[in-house]
Design a protein around this ligand. Structure first.
Ligand code: SAM
Length: 179
């Protein structure tokens, strides 16, 4: 198999730093297509974008058409109950979906745990998980994904200074699923 034919799901960040894999895309109010356009235009194949909102997927379909990219599959899927179609991905990309799951007023702790279980089920062993979060710090994300995942790197994000201390308004991390 050509490396770029491997599968990717974007749950969103960019996987182009991880050539030799393709991704799975999930979960995008800003349409799924937008989040994996860099991959779609850089030789990745088997790209899948998901969102549980049909209107988000319809919007994604319009962007896909406008951009003229044919190698992105778009699916209405609840990531907390993934269908059998979401299996065997090499890269999973999330921007804002784990945040949305975390803010669910109904059993947020249980839903975060289910998210990690879903991630383990869609991602191949040693697959990469790229997450961008506006809600969680690096330390908090390390704790959430400690079972089953190891940190590979922290991606640079904008910094701000408040009360003499420097912080990040966004956290972007790359994890690898353990064998
Ligand atoms: C904060 S928005 C994501 C924004 C987008 N990634 C971006 O960068 O602008 C969260 C998205 O996650 C989707 N979402 C939330 N929970 C989900 C779930 N369990 N399964 C699939 N999609 C989900 C929402 O429909 C929404 O489109």
């Amino acid at each position: 198999m050509h490396p770029h034919q491997r599968q990717t799901v974007s749950v969103s960040t960019t996987a182009t730093r991880y050539p030799g894999h393709s991704s799975i895309s999930s979960c995008l109010a800003v349409p799924a297509t937008m989040r994996i356009l860099p991959e779609a235009k850089n030789g990745f194949t088997n790209l899948t974008g998901i969102d549980y909102s049909p209107s988000a997927i319809q919007l994604s379909e319009k962007v896909r058409e406008k951009e003229g990219v044919s190698n992105i599959k778009l699916l209405v899927e609840d990531f907390l109950a993934p269908s059998a179609e979401l299996l065997g991905f090499h890269i999973c990309i999330d921007k804002g979906t784990f945040d949305a799951v975390s803010l669910n007023p109904d059993n947020a702790v249980g839903k975060r745990k289910q998210y990690v279980r879903s991630l383990c089920s869609v991602l191949k062993p040693e697959g990469f998980f790229l997450i961008t979060s506006c809600n969680w710090t690096k330390e908090e994300l390390l704790n959430e994904f400690r079972e089953g995942f190891e940190i590979v790197e922290e991606l640079p994000t904008p910094k701000f200074c408040f009360g003499g201390r420097i912080g990040n308004s966004v956290t972007a991390l790359v994890f690898q699923r353990k064998k």
